[in-house]
Design a protein around this ligand. Structure first.
Ligand SMILES: Nc1ncnc2c1ncn2[C@@H]1O[C@H](COP(=O)(O)OP(=O)(O)OP(=O)(O)O)[C@@H](O)[C@H]1O
Ligand SMILES: [Mg+2]
Length: 245
């Protein structure tokens, strides 16, 4: 069953004259995008910088509205994990407050709140002592664990992971990707997983949509995409993967 669907999404941004090439006034960030994401799967979105991945993620979450087209999201329990945990975590807030922020809106006693926060720290494998520290006191990987805890603590059914490991070293990337997989299995969360890195997409995703210039050019099972790409653009992307994983 699909948990998220979108049909014919169009989103254009107007760009000031003189900013781009002469005469350019509009960026077609999304130019007729349709997809379905099944419950419990990891759906990958891959494509070069500027092809519209983040814009699509934000539209599916309702953070921005499309110019036209429709989005059907069958859950209210949605979250996002972004690329740069430093800019997405308030540097003036302690980890305890960062994680509880989303929860405070949902009612619960103080001890209950602390229990849940401590439990989620265990899930992302951060020590309890982390609660009274600030984001700058952690490494990049640890900060991403905090961002994951903040998302997971609200018990989401759907998470948009937008380049969640792009700022991390390869070994740390793998740890975080494994953690995300483990969390998905434990809590049966559906992911939209955005990356420009095909190795990461191959490791994480059940199905993959390849985007180019605001359009999906290929949308199939991950295995099929990686063993027999059909679109020339997918072939081009695949021919440039370094073999690490
Ligand atoms: N608020 C905005 N105003 C104007 N243009 C925008 C805005 N947001 C996105 N764009 C433009 O829309 C296009 C798609 O942007 P988007 O951020 O979705 O790409 P992306 O695939 O996520 O790229 P990246 O891999 O670099 O994150 C780009 O050309 C971008 O410059
Ligand atoms: Mg992006």
């Amino acid at each position: 069953m699909a948990i998220v669907e979108c049909r014919d999404i169009i989103k254009y941004f107007s760009v000031q004259r003189g900013y781009l090439k002469k005469g350019a006034g509009v960026v077609k960030a999304l130019d007729g995008v349709s997809l379905e994401i099944e419950e419990g799967e990891t759906f990958g979105l891959v494509g070069e910088s500027g092809c519209g991945k983040t814009t699509l993620g934000k539209i599916l979450l309702g953070i921005i509205s499309p110019d036209s087209g429709e989005v059907l999201l069958k859950t209210k329990e949605k979250q996002a994990i972004f690329q740069d945990p430093y800019s997405s975590l308030d540097p003036k807030m302690k980890v305890r407050d960062i994680i509880s922020e989303g929860l405070i809106l949902k009612k619960g006693s103080k001890t209950r709140l602390l229990e849940r926060i401590e439990k989620v720290l265990d899930v992302v494998r951060l020590p309890k002592g982390s609660l009274n520290k600030y984001p700058h006191q952690f490494s990049g990987g640890e900060r991403q664990r905090i961002a994951i805890a903040r998302a997971v603590v609200t018990e989401p059914e759907f998470i948009v992971c937008d380049e969640p490991v792009s700022n991390l070293d390869v070994t740390i990337q793998l740890q975080i990707l494994k953690l995300l997989k483990e969390i998905q299995e434990k809590f049966r969360i559906t992911y939209l997983f955005i990356s420009h890195d095909l190795r990461v997409i191959k490791f994480m995703c059940d199905r993959v949509a390849v985007m180019k210039d605001g359009k999906i050019v290929e949308n199939r099972g991950s295995k099929e995409i990686f063993t027999g790409p059909v679109h020339p653009y997918t072939k081009l992307l695949l021919s440039s993967i370094p073999r690490i994983f």
